[in-house]
Design a protein around this ligand. Structure first.
Ligand code: SAM
Length: 237
């Protein structure tokens, strides 16, 4: 792996400033995923770039089956250990993802991942997501960073969450640590992949979806955006 965001996520990092932050983060992500999915019994969901997915059990309990995939090998290993024996959850490795069949799931979640992908990697990923979805399936692309977002927005969001959940001091210490970390260097050297609404809509349409922007972003960053992309239903194909 070249110097990359993926390599960053594969190593120990301090993006989540303590255990409380980690739990608050994944609880909110799980609530948001459950809130945006159609309430259909037996729904098969793929969480692509799921990270630690600490509340995957909660998501799995609310849908039919949850499949988790993250490209970082160390994350994959922890997911396998964490969810071993959970019948409602499947953890995929790279080979498992490559073998995922056409129409295998009813919803794909890509939450806070797109900004870490090289821009050239997004169209093929959207095309794969389109193939993985059954007719009428839903792709949710959340936490997409628009051009007008500023680093200050991220800091405000972290400190607001920390103040609400009682970890303000650790958050301030975490910010100071981040200032001297790989994260800041990578953010400076590689940057984030940033997409305005017109561009993201066009990319999703080119992959065969009809697209709308969600009224608010899922998660912690109100300035970022969430897109809802529907695969054609059987009647319209
Ligand atoms: C900010 S975390 C998001 C985790 C989770 N989705 C959430 O919202 O909390 C980004 C995750 O994307 C994963 N990732 C980065 N590049 C990826 C890729 N090409 N394919 C799949 N996952 C990737 C990283 O390993 C990391 O776990």
């Amino acid at each position: 792996m070249a110097d990359s965001w993926l390599r960053f996520w594969d190593r120990p990092h301090r993006i989540y400033v303590n255990d409380r932050h980690l739990r608050v983060h994944y609880r909110r992500v799980a609530d948001e995923i459950l809130g945006i999915l159609p309430p259909r019994p037996g729904l098969r969901v793929l969480d692509y770039g799921c990270g630690e997915a600490l509340e995957a059990g909660q998501v799995a309990a609310g849908v039919g089956h949850l499949t988790l995939y993250d490209a970082a090998p160390s994350v994959q290993a922890r997911l396998r250990e964490r969810f071993a024996g959970e019948t409602g959850i499947t953890v995929l490795d790279d080979a498992g993802l490559a073998a995922l069949g056409d129409g295998a799931v009813d919803a794909v979640i890509i939450f806070s991942v797109v900004q870490y992908l090289p821009r050239a990697a997004l169209p093929p990923l959207l095309a794969r997501a389109r193939r993985w979805l059954a007719p009428g399936g839903l792709l949710v692309v959340a936490d997409v960073i628009p051009p007008e977002a500023r680093m200050l927005d991220d800091i405000r969001s972290l400190l607001g969450t920390a103040a609400r959940h009682g970890f303000l001091l650790p958050a301030l210490a975490g910010l100071a640590a981040t200032f001297f970390s790989d994260y800041r260097r990578l953010r400076h050297d590689l940057g984030f992949a940033i997409y305005g609404e017109a561009e993201m809509t066009a990319l999703l349409q080119a992959a065969g979806f009809s697209v709308s922007r969600a009224p608010r972003n899922l998660g912690f960053h109100p300035v970022r955006r969430t897109y809802l992309a529907s695969a054609p239903s059987l009647a319209s194909t």
